[in-house]
Design a protein around this ligand. Structure first.
Ligand SMILES: Cc1cc2nc3c(=O)[nH]c(=O)nc-3n(C[C@H](O)[C@H](O)[C@H](O)COP(=O)(O)O)c2cc1C
Length: 328
């Protein structure tokens, strides 16, 4: 399983419908679930929270927690359900997540994290990976990060996704925490240089093919979040430029394939907008993008959306196709 390019875990974004949609565009990227708290995974409606379509694979489950018994239980559940990887969240700075003692605040507790990772590694055969930041609050220090990573490595984790900015545990909103702390890619490169045996995936603010190519010279992989969610068709550029895939689907082909999934899901009780909301950016930067978005917001977000309405999307798709052809 290759993690050359992966799509970042994003709450309220990378649910199973979004992942199915992204997989129609790219066969080669690795996909991650939204973060799932250990208690929800163990006690919640497992089918609703953890199920996925086989087409989404390779797929990682991201978990949030700091109780080693619970984390190892979720690692086993993930393996049994067919996930390809279990990833522990050590980077989310939100207040709610801190209150439950998971996410970025765990960067303060390397020993606890190492114990948790060790338990997880011992119960499953799928890779246990960690997603972390480069620091927190006023700690942005190579030695601190390196020691943190070494402890986790000694516990059995060999794959690290590093968001190249620190987390501010107070004073910034979650959104600000994704933009305000400065990106420091050098720190991630240095971690890779000092630990050549580790698989290091770099993340944060990456949105162009040229940037990806540069990072791939210095790290094992690149993880991309917002740039893919806002412009899912960016994955086609990635398929062509990074994976050298020659034949990529058009936007219209993707939408048509998604409608087949939509019909199946709607018959099982899924709401149309739960699927189509992820496609708002499909025509990002294209003629007709505004029509597509307007159509989606007028119809897909309506409370009584049903499959009949979804079918009208095809009209918009075809109009876009015509607009694009006229434009060429
Ligand atoms: C809406 C949103 C939700 C996010 N949810 C998660 C999450 O559940 N787990 C996680 O590790 N990171 C989460 N992140 C952070 C992303 O995984 C990623 O580290 C961050 O967006 C930086 O990458 P980017 O600049 O390519 O977007 C989230 C980011 C966004 C924008």
């Amino acid at each position: 399983m290759k993690r050359t390019i992966s799509v970042a875990p994003m709450m309220d974004c990378t649910d199973r419908h979004d992942r199915y949609f992204l997989r129609l565009i790219s066969k080669n990227v690795m996909l991650y679930s939204e973060m799932v708290a250990t208690k929800s995974a163990i006690h919640g409606d497992r089918k609703k929270i953890l199920s996925f379509s086989p087409e989404e694979k390779p797929l990682a489950l991201q978990v949030g927690g700091s109780n080693k018994k619970e984390l190892s239980e979720v690692a086993k559940i993930a393996e049994d359900m067919g996930y390809d990887e279990i990833n522990i969240n050590l980077g989310c700075p939100s207040k709610k997540v801190q209150k439950n003692k998971f996410g970025a605040c765990l960067m303060k507790e390397p020993n606890l994290v190492a114990e948790c990772v060790n338990e997880m590694v011992n119960v499953c055969k799928i890779p246990v990976t960690a997603k972390t930041r480069i620091g927190f609050d006023d700690v942005e220090n190579f030695d601190y990060l390196n020691n943190f990573i070494l402890k986790i490595k000694n516990a059995g984790c060999k794959i690290f996704i590093i968001h190249a900015r620190k987390a501010m545990l107070s004073g910034l909103s979650p959104k600000e925490n994704l933009n305000i702390p400065k990106l420091n890619y050098e720190m991630v490169y240095k971690i890779k240089r000092e630990n050549p045996d580790l698989e290091i995936i770099i993340n944060g603010g990456i949105s162009k093919i040229e940037e990806i190519k540069k990072h791939l010279k210095l790290c094992n992989g690149v993880m991309i979040g917002r740039a893919v969610y806002q412009n899912p068709y960016f994955l086609v550029d990635i398929e062509r430029e990074i994976f050298k895939v020659k034949n990529s689907p058009s936007r219209e082909e993707i939408a048509e394939k998604l409608l087949i999934y939509l019909e199946k899901e709607v018959n099982l009780g899924t709401k149309v907008n739960h699927i189509m909301r992820h496609t708002v950016g499909l025509y990002h930067g294209q003629i007709g993008s505004r029509n597509w978005k307007r159509y989606l917001s007028d119809n897909m977000m309506a409370r009584d959306s049903d499959f009949q309405k979804a079918k009208h999307i095809m009209t918009i798709v075809q109009n876009n196709e015509k607009a694009n052809q006229t434009n060429q």
